[in-house]
Design a protein around this ligand. Structure first.
Ligand code: BGC
Length: 745
């Protein structure tokens, strides 16, 4: 080698070393994320920018290969990580390593009224998503329970904005601690499933800000959700997914939120509207990659059409860059985060989390003659009746359908718990849903039954006759028109002749306990004739063991209802005052749509029943225990050291029974005189306290400005009016134990 060559090699080597030493800013995770985003953005071509804004398969969007930015993988959500589907189709891919832990339904989580359960839930499901290498988990669902008919109530957190907000925020924090983004859904006013693509939800600002937005705000602003999914519906005439008001003005404007807005799957219908309405990523547009000519994903509204529009100057590059920044930020927070933990799946900890959350969420609605817990010294023969005693519920219901690693149904749970101590006979009583495959996932059971309906009832009655105790496991399931996406229920009645069956059982045996498996309220015309009722939700893998532990008294029930249990639909404002399921109309831009006026306004759930002095079957917040709690007298103090109107309410609560238990103490606030109509009272605090027999705890709540204000739609601001208020503390909205008034100056 001559001298020149040696010098050249040295220089080349120095150059290479320098290149290695200099990590590009966008890859340098010691740098602030926005700096990294700007750097990545500056290196991307127009084509690359457009590419990351839309799907490349059913659940993934491409990264930026030239920069080594990985693809972004999403997956449902919200109660377990969905099994892999084919690249271009909804059917399962048939993998053998994608089974998951199925956690309890989100209504059950809300029924725990315990934010620690929300953290545990989020952390656990986030670990499963991370293990499966998903960057975005499509959940939680936080739409308000406006009608008991909504097919997706089980994916949401009940009727009260305060409760839903507290639970949603901790779910979000739990998931995102894994470097996995939540995608909080479905923004907004998406409160039923019938006509879900064409419903135009029309609501005023008070309803929007006081009822329908707080859980989204808590998830996005307080907990910092990294992405959000727009709903299929329209809101005040414009599609929710790219609604000027909702997305641009409120979410990205007033809330100054820096996450990415993801469309629901197939919710985009127009390039201009989507671009200008604040949508950042498009998924699921009604085309499968394999159909038609060319790559169907290029035909998405935010694909070639958007590229052409930017190139031709119809859409600005600045507007495009805002979307790209949001998607890059999402990617850096998740897929590109080298420090995120590895996650885990189907671990004993996750199965235990499923059980713990379920045990805290199950609600004992009625318990006459202390028939529960089951007295094994007296009960020697139990007749278990009802299809839900043996039905596996983790499969079905739409996008939340799962491939659970295992699922213990109630009968198995009872057999595990009672073993040989008690004779257990089973009769089905009716045939409901016998589906064996859902999106190619096998339920692992064949529920077909050759018997006639009459024979099934006769066999059930026969089994019940000689039993010491009848446990009826009924309710709904995940079939269409039940607890299922895409359709609403057709009435509040139990399907498949269950009411008649219960009446027939009651006629031969008065010792009957009904365990209602559903994610929403059902009519209970037989309520006075049965001894006990349990709201059993959908409890995931550990369903049977969870319910057996409650029935046996190994666990003292402590869940409370996250929604009002109506006796009939006309107790519910959406039905009494509304136009459910809406009025069809032809819109010059959107075509045939269905107007749904939210005439119930802010009076949703107990806010409606209390205003109209309606007595529901069970009030919001109701739930019993195997022990009893006594509430003392509430006292109130102006909080020391605060100039503002901040108060502390304190109440002693004592366990007066003979076993340990948890009580959910609820604080409601009532504005005694206000310029605008306000609910009789509103939930503004809750605390779950565990007490040993005889133990007393002073439970305290803080009442600050947030708890006193209402949204003044004319002033477009939250307002606290001076004057008299009342703090009401109780065991449910219908069971106030102590009140104390106070004056706001
Ligand atoms: C549902 C979403 C879901 C998406 C992807 C849609 O039909 O509305 O909640 O995340 O599908 O499966």
């Amino acid at each position: 080698m001559n001298f020149k060559a040696i010098v050249f090699s040295c220089v080349a080597l120095w150059g290479a070393t320098a290149a290695v030493a200099q990590t590009p800013v966008y890859l340098d995770d010691s740098k602030p994320i926005d700096q990294r985003v700007e750097d990545a953005l500056s290196r991307m071509s127009l084509k690359e920018k457009i590419a990351i804004l839309h799907a490349q398969s059913k659940f993934s969007a491409p990264g930026v290969p030239s920069l080594g930015i990985p693809d972004l993988w999403t997956d449902d959500g919200p109660m377990g990580v969905r099994p892999e589907v084919l690249w271009d189709e909804w059917d399962q891919a048939g993998w053998t390593n994608d089974s998951c832990t199925a956690f309890p339904s989100l209504t059950c989580l809300a029924a725990t009224w315990n934010p620690e359960m929300a953290t545990l839930y989020g952390k656990s499901i986030g670990e499963e998503a991370r293990y499966r290498n998903k960057s975005v988990l499509l959940g939680p669902g936080v739409n308000i329970y406006r009608t008991p008919l909504n097919g997706r109530n089980f994916e949401y957190m009940g009727e009260d904005p305060y409760l839903a907000a507290q639970m949603a925020a901790d779910y979000v924090r739990g998931v995102q601690s894994n470097g996995v983004a939540v995608c909080v859904k479905h923004f907004a006013l998406n409160n039923h499933e019938s006509n879900r693509y064409t419903t135009n939800s029309i609501a005023g600002d008070r309803a929007l800000y006081e009822i329908y937005l707080p859980a989204f705000k808590a998830a996005c602003v307080d907990a910092g959700a990294w992405s959000l999914m727009g709903g299929y519906n329209l809101v005040n005439g414009q599609h929710a997914t790219y609604n000027q008001r909702l997305v641009n003005e409120i979410l990205k404007g007033e809330w100054n939120w820096d996450g990415a807005v993801i469309s629901d799957w197939g919710a985009v219908h127009d390039t201009k509207q989507a671009v200008e309405g604040g949508l950042d990523m498009e998924f699921g547009t009604g085309t499968d990659g394999l159909t038609g000519s060319g790559n169907s994903y290029d035909k998405y509204w935010l694909a070639n059409k958007y590229y052409d529009g930017v190139r031709d100057g119809i859409y600005s590059e600045e507007q495009l860059n805002d979307k790209v920044r949001r998607v890059l930020r999402l990617n850096m927070r998740t897929a590109m985060n080298r420090n995120r933990p590895w996650g885990s799946i189907n671990s004993p900890e996750h199965h235990q989390a499923c059980r713990t959350i379920g045990e805290e969420g199950v609600v004992l609605l009625k318990n006459t003659d202390k028939i529960l817990p089951i007295a094994t010294d007296k009960v020697k023969r139990i007749a278990v009746i009802g299809e839900n005693g043996i039905k596996r519920m983790t499969v079905g219901g739409g996008s939340s359908s799962l491939k659970a690693q295992y699922e213990i149904h109630p009968l198995e749970g009872l057999q595990n718990r009672f073993g040989n101590d008690v004779e257990i006979v089973y009769e089905r009583g009716y045939v409901g849903d016998t589906v064996t495959y859902y999106n190619n996932v096998w339920t692992k059971q064949d529920l077909r039954d050759p018997r006639s309906a009459e024979q099934l009832v006769a066999d059930a009655v026969n089994a019940a006759k000689d039993a010491d105790l009848v446990l009826f496991f009924g309710g709904l399931n995940k079939a269409y028109h039940q607890d299922s996406e895409g359709t609403d229920r057709e009435s509040m009645d139990l399907p498949y002749g269950q009411n008649e069956l219960i009446e027939a059982l009651v006629a031969v045996n008065p010792n009957i306990v009904v365990v209602n498996i559903s994610g929403t309220g059902v009519a209970m015309p037989w309520l006075d004739k049965v001894k006990a009722v349990i709201q059993g939700w959908y409890l995931g893998n550990e369903t049977g063991n969870t319910l057996a532990a409650i029935l046996a008294g190994d666990v003292n029930p402590s869940g409370k209802l996250p929604y009002t249990y109506y006796a009939s639909l006309d107790q519910c404002g959406a039905h009494k005052l509304g136009e459910y399921p809406g009025t069809p109309r032809h819109d010059p831009i959107e075509g045939d749509i269905i107007d749904m006026h939210y005439n119930d306004d802010i009076f949703v759930g107990y806010r409606f029943t209390e205003k109209n002095k309606i007595k529901p079957t069970f009030p919001f917040g109701h739930g019993l225990s195997y022990t009893t709690f006594e509430y003392g007298k509430a006292t109130i103090d102006r909080k020391k050291g605060t100039a503002d109107d901040v108060f502390t309410v304190t109440i002693p609560v004592t366990n007066t029974g003979d076993r340990e238990g948890s009580e959910i103490v609820q604080l409601y606030v009532s504005d005694l005189k206000s310029s605008l109509p306000r609910p009789v009272k509103e939930l503004k605090g809750f605390s779950k306290v565990r007490l040993a027999p005889g133990q007393t705890e002073n439970v305290s709540f803080e009442i600050s400005r947030d708890a006193l204000s209402y949204f003044d739609d004319k002033a477009h601001d939250w307002v606290v009016e001076p004057g008299k208020f009342e703090a009401l503390v109780g065991a449910s909205a219908g069971d106030i134990r102590s009140k104390v008034s106070f004056e706001v100056q």
